[in-house]
Design a binder for this molecule. Structure first.
Ligand SMILES: *Cc1c(COP(=O)(O)O)cnc(C)c1O
Length: 339
């Protein structure tokens, strides 16, 4: 079999939720958008519900359907994009709670789903989603299940925008009785001023920065399909981007940029055979990687690209991106094993 194995440690996931929960005195939700950050929204949601999560968040209404199916009735599933035209049936049939982002969404919601639960998302300075301060009035949030906003710079605790957004959130919500939420993973780590009634961590649950104490959740092992020895002057892969300067053993491994191992990691990422690091040689192809395994005294069956020796964030750094992007890009061809 040439499929890679993406192994997802559900105990580590639950431990990360509990660790983040212990950091705040308030309720802790769970963000499971983008198919649970690429790890399988149904399994992830069930595990987090068992750990104690009662509020789940997705980006779009469609993502709420498998989450509701996995969780059954009871837990709240809120939708960050709010109530878009055409969403009413989905929201109603699967008991999803839109986080309304504009006066237009509020009007649409009251017209098409009167009496159906809703929350409100406020813009406190990120200028991405949410009702602007000048458009907001407290009566809009009278029956809201949640009033929330999102921090733009929470991965930099000392960034002045955090304090500005906190002040703006307080000003917009201080007369409201609805439960409030401002913090994702980064905000949860910034202390109790940011916690309000509910925190909404995502990346930290899945083992990513900025939650430096997170337990790693994923390992990714890739099968070696073939090996060969290059003589000095011979090249491997597209554009001859790697050329041997001495006899070099190359292993061709099954996974490529179509599986989320993006081309930007060409020539920089490492793989691991046990404890031994072996470098990517040349360009990442769509379905294949070529790896310089000259340092090994044996031909391995598989090489590991994510695991204890190389975290999601370390691989992201090699590719010039962030852990979020690596995780959510991991493609559908891997065999996902939940352990
Ligand atoms: C994605 C998202 C989160 C979770 O953010 P993390 O940084 O992954 O913890 C929380 N709230 C909103 C509005 C989001 O878009």
């Amino acid at each position: 079999m040439a499929t890679g194995t993406l192994s997802i440690d559900l105990d580590a996931l639950a431990a990360n939720w509990r660790a983040l929960d212990a950091l705040s005195g308030s309720e802790t939700g769970a963000v499971v958008k983008a198919d649970g950050y690429g790890l399988g929204a149904a399994r992830v949601s069930k595990t987090l519900a068992k750990a104690g999560a009662r509020q789940f968040f997705v980006a779009i209404a469609e993502e709420g359907v498998p989450v509701r199916k996995a969780l059954g009735p009871g837990p709240r599933i809120s939708v960050f994009s709010g109530h878009m035209e055409g969403d009413a049936a989905l929201l109603k049939d699967h008991d999803l709670t839109p986080l309304l982002n504009s006066p237009e969404q509020l009007i649409r919601h009251r017209a098409t789903l009167p009496g159906h639960a809703y929350g409100v998302q406020l813009d406190t300075g990120m200028n991405r989603l949410g009702i602007e301060p000048e458009d907001f009035s407290p009566d809009m949030a009278q029956d809201a299940t949640l009033v929330m906003s999102h921090l733009a710079c929470a991965d930099e605790p000392n960034h002045p925008t955090n304090q500005k957004q906190l002040t703006s959130f307080r000003e917009m919500t201080n007369t409201l009785t609805a439960p409030k939420s401002l913090a994702a993973t980064g905000g949860t780590l910034m202390g109790k001023d940011y916690h309000f009634d509910l925190t909404r961590p995502g990346i930290g649950l899945y083992g990513g920065l900025p939650f430096a104490d997170a337990k790693p959740v994923v390992t990714l092992d890739l099968p070696v399909i073939q090996t060969r020895v290059l003589q000095p002057g011979e090249s491997a892969g597209y554009a001859c981007a790697f050329t041997a300067t001495k006899p070099t053993k190359i292993a061709t491994v099954s996974a490529g940029y179509a599986d989320g191992l993006i081309r930007a990691m060409s020539g920089t990422a490492m793989l691991y055979a046990g404890d031994t690091a072996v470098p990517l040689a040349g360009r990442v192809s769509m379905d294949l990687l070529t790896v310089d395994i000259t340092a090994l005294d044996h031909i391995p069956d598989r090489l590991q690209i994510l695991g204890p020796h190389q975290t999601v964030d370390q691989l992201a750094e090699a590719a010039g991106t962030i852990g979020y992007e690596i995780l959510t890009s991991l493609g559908p061809r891997y065999t996902r094993v939940h352990v």
